[in-house]
Design a protein around this ligand. Structure first.
Ligand code: SF4
Length: 89
């Protein structure tokens, strides 16, 4: 059962690729469209009307996504602990 939620503010992405380097199983670069990052489609992220993407993840996938979020130079990747509502980043 998912315990964490990734919230990605796609509009602010500057295409640095650091997220895709840190967690290539979750993040990819959309070179065909606008060179911003996307959560990989097969993970089935929720795409919001404001352009944000959200994804529920398990604890086993937390560390690599925290690495991706910490690597982002513009801090547009956030992760929330759904048990405690604590914003981890
Ligand atoms: S690290 Fe941040 S700025 Fe760079 S591609 Fe990923 S989300 Fe975009």
């Amino acid at each position: 059962m998912a315990k964490f939620k990734i919230i990605y503010e796609r509009a602010g992405c500057i295409g640095a690729s650091a997220c895709a380097a840190a967690a290539p199983g979750f993040w990819t670069m959309d070179e065909a469209k606008d060179a911003k990052a996307d959560i990989i489609k097969t993970k089935n992220p929720t795409k919001l009307t404001n352009g944000n993407e959200e994804l529920l993840i398990d604890e086993k996938d937390l560390a690599m996504n925290l690495d991706a979020a910490r690597a982002c130079p513009v801090n547009v990747i956030h992760i929330i602990n759904l048990d405690t509502n604590e914003k981890l980043i």
